[in-house]
Design a protein around this ligand. Sequence first.
Ligand code: IMP
Length: 194
Amino acid sequence: MSETLILATGNTHKAEEIQLMLGSEVEVKDLRSFPQITEIIEDADSFEGNADIKALTVSKLTDELIVADDSGLCVQALNGAPGVFSARYAGRNATMVENKARLLKNLDGISDRAAFFICVLSVVRCKKVIKRFRGECHGKIIYEEKGEGGFGYDPLFIPEGYEKTFSELAAEVKNKISHRARALEKFSEWMKSQ
Ligand code: IMP
């Protein structure tokens, strides 16, 4: 396994989740190691496109192995929304409180609550996308928030086979079954095979 992995995210929750999953053999650095990068505009219309943009932006500064993730929540009854707009569902500068409220409002009166989280990882080395991995975690959106842990839409999402939301489940449980865990598992197997 490579010793250093640059994770092209400023989201420390994600960096912590990924560090936990990969274990101590790999040192995961995030964008705090690249203060020159102040903002990455994720304006692609797909998770793959946005993950590529993030990884390729960081690759301008290093030839180390870079992984970028793009993730979001797709709700069946809303034709896949919020999708790539998950972080700004209620508007460009919306808070997660507003995004979750928008989701519940748009699902008002709808009994089909099926949804899934998706995570796409783009792997870049020497300024080229060399691999992509995709993970999904299916479940449903509940009617009101439950739990304090996690981030984003966690308090509204119950994964299949469980009775608790991602916020209520222990981090170790979420980190085994999440979309990111599934994409990372594929990534980790690929790294070991290199
Ligand atoms: P991005 O991958 O940083 O662009 O994240 C998109 C958005 O998807 C986040 O702001 C969250 O709202 C949502 N999201 C992604 N992964 C998760 C998760 O594991 N739990 C809850 N929300 C998530």
